[in-house]
Design a protein around this ligand. Structure first.
Ligand SMILES: [Fe+2]
Length: 228
């Protein structure tokens, strides 16, 4: 899988690129965790309303977890410190959050990149889009599990997370295999974090993942999730 680095010159751009390509890169002026989290919050509140993540907090600091100490239904529980596969944040909710904001408190050493992939660049034909929009799959979320489709009506968002989506019939298996195959041959972008970097991701359009990490790499990202 070829990966392209995001150019340094992208730093500090306004929100225009978010609409154009589905993500934008900003730079916090502060260096301490409090300043970075505060700048992240200011950007987040320009976009919509904060929603709680899996642990119930409106603002979180995430670190690479080994499989043993991760949330039992999270991707980390399955993949641990290996590369985290591309996914839509909060796929296990009926409507995944619209934006995901990440701010780098510490890139860690060795550092792990965040990878980005616009699902609209995956080249789905109209028949394939029909398959993704018309095939029910099971979204596993404990007692709140439900049936949904990978592609929302009209293509409003793509729900994809190998940790919680499960086929219930042959067409569902085809739909999940189709996405997996396209992702495997795609050319995603990789953002290599520096302290103070803030990434805004349109979660309805751009899938994200993480390159492999290391236990105790000290990588710490602040995360805020936004609904509109
Ligand atoms: Fe994620």
């Amino acid at each position: 899988m070829a990966t392209h680095d995001i150019a340094l010159s992208d730093t500090g751009q306004p929100l225009g690129p978010l609409a154009e390509r589905g993500w934008s890169l900003h730079c916090s002026k502060g260096t301490g965790a409090d300043a970075i989290v505060s700048d992240l919050g200011k950007l987040a509140d320009r976009l919509g309303t904060r929603v709680a993540g899996r642990a119930g907090a409106l603002e979180e600091v995430i670190e690479p977890h080994g499989a043993d100490d991760a949330h039992p239904r999270s991707l980390s529980a399955r993949y641990g410190l290996e590369a985290l596969p591309f996914h839509t944040e909060l796929s296990h909710r009926t409507r995944p959050c619209r934006y995901l904001l990440l701010g780098c408190i510490d890139p860690g050493s060795p550092a792990a990149a965040t990878t980005l992939l616009d699902w609209r660049t995956l080249g789905f034909s109209s028949e394939e889009l029909d398959l993704l929009e018309g095939t029910p799959v099971l979204v596993r979320s404990g007692r709140r599990s439900f049936y949904s489709t990978i592609l929302a009506p009209g293509g409003a968002f793509l729900r994809y997370d190998p940790g919680c989506l499960e086929a219930v019939n042959q067409r569902g298996r085809m739909a999940l295999a189709l996405i997996g195959d396209r992702i495997a041959t795609a050319s995603p972008q990789a953002h290599h974090w520096r302290q103070g970097d803030i990434l805004i991701i349109d979660n309805w359009r751009v899938l994200h993942g993480r390159s492999p990490s290391d236990q105790g790499s000290s990588r710490r990202l602040a995360r805020i999730l936004i609904d509109v």
